[in-house]
Design a protein around this ligand. Structure first.
Ligand code: FES
Ligand code: FES
Length: 119
């Protein structure tokens, strides 16, 4: 829980292949759906390319927004594997970083988009 007003995006999860703000989804609405949280991104303890790019680009400070940023960016890269900087910014506009680390977050997503690896 980040804001409880559907503003921050920190609670973003993947619901049946689309990123949603989980604070605005009732549990009954997710009944029978496949839900992936940020913890579900790793496979056998291996980070995804997107996670590595966040690490290498220092795309987090306090880390509060990071799960939501990762899930929203993952959703973007699935739909648009090679976005422009503007497209990344547009896709992440529903996710707020209180530490204002937006430049490095955008760089990390662009880095990940250049890798031919699982995001
Ligand atoms: S907790 Fe902020 S959008 Fe869900
Ligand atoms: S890294 Fe602190 S809120 Fe984004």
């Amino acid at each position: 829980m980040g804001c409880d007003t559907s503003n921050c995006g920190a609670c973003t999860v993947d619901l049946d292949g689309a990123s949603v703000k989980s604070c605005s989804v009732l549990a009954v609405q997710a009944d029978g759906s496949e839900v992936t949280t940020v913890e579900g991104l790793t496979s056998n303890g291996e980070w995804t390319g997107l996670q590595r790019a966040f690490h290498e680009r220092h795309a987090l400070q306090c880390g509060y927004c990071t799960p939501g940023m990762l899930m929203a960016a993952r959703d973007l890269l699935r739909d648009n594997p090679h976005p422009t900087s503007d497209e990344v910014r547009h896709a992440l506009e529903g996710n707020l970083c209180r530490c204002t680390g937006y430049q490095n977050i955008v760089r990390a997503v662009l880095d990940a988009s250049e890798q031919e690896v699982r995001t």
